[in-house]
Design a binder for this molecule. Structure first.
Ligand code: HEM
Length: 352
């Protein structure tokens, strides 16, 4: 049973841990402000209505216009997979999921794939900042400088890539100042990398560690999206998102919440709420309940489709290019305050 609403003495946050409670908070932006998400960015993810909507439209348009098609994702994944198959195995996190997420992000934003390692460093640095411990301040500064350079280049010479669309649309459509534009681009650079990498690695782990599931999915590849969905449900990469109570009178799951209270909407708790997901700890691809891994309401993740497609295409390709997939050693799992997912998944593959 998840805890309904509990105050954490250390942080002072109120943790909301049920599916219904989290949906109630995320569906009520007038009384539950996104301001605490402003630690990441104040222009989109930390903005409230009415300022949020025009920026969201701009980002939605940029992501749609620059959507990376499945065959491009497969081409990127194929290059990463080749040495793993040749070697008979490798680490699904470092050799497949993380570089795939970084290269797909580069493709979407219009950055040289040679920047992929930098993007991973930036993603990790910002994940640390979100965890309130900026372990790699140098990487954070480097991200700022790189974003300023990319934005300036596209302002002079737009190319139709993701950054160009944001830069050119920002003034007219969303009335943003240049510092705000840079904040938005920083968010787009980092939001999808560390999260999508954890999802893709989780999907590979699920299949590599369960021979029965693997046989089922090999026999019916159309089940791959269900595996991806169940990884999102059982182990959402982002464990919680924050909101702040505006005004008096908010009650969630029978608990009165004071004005100014910080709410931690536990996506990991809600996704294992037995009232919404019977037998919640069981990995079960037959479920068709909706989950909260991508949030809900006005801020629901606009990159959800891309993240799902990356994991799906990678898993399909691994299954198509191998006859057997297993684990060659111990898996390690990373769970910090904000994020969770596999840190190392040593795969053994054969294709005979
Ligand atoms: C498995 C991968 C991903 C997970 C688990 C995830 C999770 C989330 C969640 C929970 C939110 C809602 C935040 C809130 O309500 O405060 C969000 C927002 C956002 N995500 Fe994702 N995300 C993923 C991938 C991506 C990708 C690939 C992109 C970029 C293409 C992306 C871009 C964004 C942006 C820009 C927002 C802010 C939207 C807004 O505030 O309106 N995400 N994400």
């Amino acid at each position: 049973m998840p805890d309904p609403v509990v105050r954490d003495a250390e942080t002072g946050w109120w943790h909301v841990g049920t599916d219904a409670g989290v949906r109630a908070v995320l569906g009520d932006p007038a009384r539950c402000s996104s301001a605490p998400m402003g630690a990441l960015d104040r222009v989109l993810i930390g903005a409230d209505p009415p300022e949020h909507a025009p920026v969201r439209r701009l980002v939605g348009a940029a992501l749609r216009a620059t959507a990376v098609p499945d065959d491009r994702i497969a081409a990127i994944a194929g290059k990463l997979l080749y040495p793993v198959v040749r070697a008979g195995g490798g680490d699904a996190v470092q050799q497949l999921a993380r570089p795939l997420a970084a290269r797909v992000t580069a493709a979407q934003l219009g950055l040289d794939p040679a920047h992929a390692d930098d993007l991973l460093r930036f993603g990790d640095a910002v994940a640390d900042v979100a965890d309130f411990a900026p372990a790699d301040a140098e990487a954070f500064l480097a991200l700022d400088l790189a974003v300023a350079r990319w934005a300036a280049q596209r302002r002079v010479c737009p190319t139709g890539d993701g950054i160009s669309i944001v830069v050119t649309g920002a003034r007219g459509q969303a009335n943003l100042r240049s510092g705000q534009v840079r904040s938005l681009i920083r968010l787009l650079v980092v939001a999808g990398i560390v999260t999508s990498a954890r999802l893709s690695a989780g999907a590979l782990l699920a299949v590599a560690s369960d021979p029965g599931l693997q046989a089922e999915v090999r026999a019916t590849p159309a089940l791959v999206p269900r595996v991806v969905e169940e990884v999102l449900r059982r182990d959402p990469p982002l464990r919680f998102i924050l909101r702040e109570v505006v005004g008096e009178g908010l009650e969630i799951d029978g608990v009165a919440l004071p004005a100014g209270a910080t709410l931690a909407c536990r996506l990991d708790g809600a996704n294992r709420d037995p009232a919404a997901h019977p037998d919640p700890d069981r990995f079960d691809i037959e479920r068709d309940e909706s989950h909260l891994a991508f949030g809900a309401g006005a801020h629901r993740c606009p990159g959800a489709g891309l993240a799902r497609r990356q994991a799906k295409v990678l898993l399909e390709l691994v299954l198509a290019r191998t006859t057997q997939l297993g684990l060659a050693g111990d898996v390690s799992w990373e769970r910090d305050r904000h994020l969770q997912g596999p840190a190392a998944v040593p795969l053994r593959v054969s294709n005979v």
